[in-house]
Structures are given as C-alpha cells and as structure tokens.
Design a protein around this ligand. Structure first.
Ligand SMILES: CC(C)(COP(=O)(O)OP(=O)(O)OC[C@H]1O[C@@H](n2cnc3c(N)ncnc32)[C@H](O)[C@@H]1OP(=O)(O)O)[C@@H](O)C(=O)NCCC(=O)NCCS
Length: 376
C-alpha cells in the first residue's frame, strides 16, 4: 500500500480515523509526556521529540507499506486527539493498541475509534479476530474494550512487558461475528445514605481500617478464608480487587462509612452475580470493624441495599429476584442481621462453614424474594 494515499478514512460522524501527518508530531509528543500514558503503554520514557518524529514519519508509514501495522490518527472536533493501530494479522488474528490525549479522555472518543478500527480489521483486512491487551489495572482501557464488545477476559501473569519489566496483563478478544456491544454487566457503586451511615465505594485511604477490621479476632474466627495474619497489603489488595469484581459483573462492594466523619465502619457486598445457572440471585456478605459493632449498623446497611439489589438493571439496579445470606450456626449477630431484614431461614447445610481450627460449623441459609419484599 502507498502511504498516505491508500490509508482509508474511517468515520462515524463524530470521530474520524485518518492518515497521520507531520502536523501530528507535536500533539503526539505532548500526549506521550502524560504519566498515565507512560504507566500503561510501552512508549520510551523519557519520551523525546525524536521518538514522535520517528514513529510518525518512519514506523507508521512503513507499517502501511509493508502491511504489518495499520495506524491512524484519531481526529475529534477538528484536531488530532490520539492514535489507534492494528498490528500483526497473521492467520487472520491481530492486535489493537490505542492512546488518547489527556484533555480528550472521558468523552467516548476511544470507544468510537475502537469500533471503527475493528470493523476495518474485519471488513477491510479480512481478520477473524482482534486481540486487546492491557496491563492489569488499566480500567479506562478495559472499559473501552468492554464497551466495544471485547469478551472472554483473562489475566496472564507476567504476560506483558514495558521497558524491560514484566507485568501482568489482561487479554480479551472480539470475533468477526461478535456484536460490538458490552457483554455482561460492569456494576457501578451507587452511594446510599440513611440511619447515620453512608454506603460508598472503597478507597485506598480505607486500607488501615480494613486491616484492623479483618485482623480482628471475631472476623478471623467466622471468616476463615481471610488471610491470617491480615496485613496492610492484604487490605490494599482487597480494595484494589473490588474494582475487578465489579468490572467482571461478579459483585459489588461498598464501604459502610460514618455519615459525619466518613470513616470506614465495615464492608458489605452483594456477590456471586454471575452464577452459571441463575443470574437473578445474589449473596450478601459483610464484616464490621470491632469499634462499630453492636449498634445495628449492619442491619441498616443491608436495609439500604435491598431495594437496589431488586431494582431492574435497566433502572440502575442489580436486577435480582432472590437474595441469599449465609451465616455459620452460632454466629448469632450475623443471623440477626438477616432476620431483622425480613430474610427467612430456609435451610441448614451440615458442616459447611470452615473454621480456622480445621473444624466445620453448620451453615444457616436465609433468603429474601423480590416478590415478598415488594408485597410488604
Ligand atoms: C484508555 C484511553 C484510550 C481511554 O480513552 P477515552 O476516550 O477516555 O475512552 P472512552 O471515553 O471511550 O471510555 C473510557 C471509559 O472508561 C472509564 N474510566 C476511565 N478511567 C477509569 C478508571 N480508572 N476506572 C474505571 N473506569 C474508568 C470512563 O468513565 C469511560 O467510561 P464511560 O464512558 O462509561 O463513563 C485513555 O485513557 C488513554 O489514552 N490512556 C493512556 C493510554 C492507554 O492506556 N492506552 C491503552 C493501552 S492498553
């Protein structure tokens, strides 16, 4: 192919993909100074002007000429906004990479650009599949890929590399026959207030309180799956991985915070939302910081969440039909939270709740149905 003559211009009316020109060197160079860009991509650091010159006047034109990489400038509101490229393609499978100038982010530009590029991969280049890869933690990129229909996300330990350092990466793909629409739910964490508490997303600054709560003797006794000892880095990891839970549609976790001080008092989650057989159920799980126990805080937290769990997905809820809450026999405080919220004890699984000392307790199952809740 000839560059730039044969570079197809792709547009959806809002975003246009076109051949790069030398005028893009300056804004591309500026974009690559962004620390976010440097963290999540493999560009050289420090990023010099000559890197932008060589990429746009040598690497990109040669990619088109040799049929090995197809890179476009992304144009939005009449100016250069970023770059997107398709690469490889051998055997009908190739990869996509992208980056956007910081001032343009958050307007849906990359989602539009990605859809244009993958359609070209299928219709123009005849590919069967496009692969998206990102370093673990790059939720902006993951969300773009999810919105454009990429699916089957897996984590590959040490699969990525940047400037000589191995990193864990996420990989997802999109096939020629797949719809360019999100698959599964990406839950958000709406805020709720009432009864002197606020339910909000967990923050990095909650780590200390999480560590105190989870290393507490009673938490450790009833939740035997917790790391033991529970260190600050376990708390930090817990907070970080809540995003993964939500992005994968598995569950949603809230911090229970004091309404006045915003200090973390506990944690409540609704999880197992991707049950293989029945996607209308959800399980409630929780723990409290020891200094906040005995004040009915968890009862209030669960009460605040029930309407959200039963609300249809189209209205911003979790679309559940049945909520389950499980408590080890003997954990009367936990059973009380279920009963105070109108859950019914529907069964006891024998020796089903592992204890840290290697023994097992019976496990009480409580449930609440959307119908009976609505009829109250
Ligand atoms: C990834 C990137 C291209 C996204 O561009 P963009 O135009 O902002 O993308 P979009 O607006 O189409 O979508 C971004 C979505 O991610 C969301 N998002 C952004 N940061 C997020 C975060 N930290 N956690 C969760 N979601 C996040 C945005 O809210 C938006 O979702 P919404 O439209 O539903 O609100 C841009 O952030 C970027 O250039 N990053 C640096 C380079 C990079 O990471 N490239 C990809 C390497 S794999």
């Amino acid at each position: 192919m000839r560059f730039p003559e044969d570079v197809p211009v792709l547009t959806d009316g809002v975003v246009t993909l076109r051949a790069h020109t030398v005028d893009d060197i300056e804004p591309a160079y500026r974009m690559c100074q962004d620390p976010v860009m440097q963290e999540w991509t493999t560009i050289p650091v420090p990023y010099l002007r000559e890197h932008a010159v060589s990429f746009l006047t040598d690497v990109v034109p040669n990619g088109w000429r040799t049929n090995t990489m197809w890179a476009w400038a992304i144009e939005y509101e009449g100016r250069y906004a970023g770059t997107i490229d398709l690469g490889d393609g051998e055997g009908g499978v190739g990869e996509v990479g992208f980056a956007l100038s910081p001032d343009v982010r958050g307007n849906g530009v990359m989602t539009r650009a990605l859809k244009l590029a993958v359609r070209h991969a299928f219709d123009g280049l005849g590919w069967e599949r496009v692969i998206w890869r990102a370093f673990v933690g790059n939720y902006a990129s993951r969300r773009v890929a999810w919105k454009a229909g990429f699916r089957g996300l897996v984590r590959v330990q040490g699969g990525g590399r940047a400037r000589g350092v191995r990193k864990d990466e996420w990989v997802a793909t999109l096939g020629r026959e797949d719809e360019l629409e999100p698959q599964g739910n990406w839950w958000s964490v709406p805020m709720f207030e009432g009864g002197g508490i606020r339910l909000r997303g967990l923050r990095d600054s909650d780590a200390q309180r999480v560590q105190e709560a989870c290393s507490d003797e009673r938490t450790q006794y009833w939740l035997a799956g917790m790391p033991s000892p529970y260190r600050l880095e376990d708390a930090e990891g817990f907070i970080k991985t809540r995003l993964h839970l939500m992005a994968g549609g598995e569950g949603v976790a809230w911090a229970i915070a004091d309404l006045a001080s915003d200090e973390l008092l506990g944690n409540v989650s609704i999880f197992d939302l991707n049950d293989r057989i029945d996607r209308t159920v959800g399980e409630i799980g929780y723990w409290m910081h020891p200094d906040a126990r005995g004040r009915k805080v968890m009862t209030s937290a669960v009460e605040l969440l029930i309407p959200h769990a039963f609300k249809p997905v189209a209205e911003g809820g979790l679309g559940r039909r049945r909520l389950v809450l499980k408590a080890a026999e003997g954990n009367s405080a936990s059973a009380h939270v279920a009963e105070a919220n109108g859950f019914t004890h529907v069964g006891t699984e024998r020796a089903a709740s592992p204890r840290r000392d290697g023994n097992y307790d019976n496990l009480l199952t409580f449930d609440l149905l959307a119908d009976e809740y609505a009829a109250r």
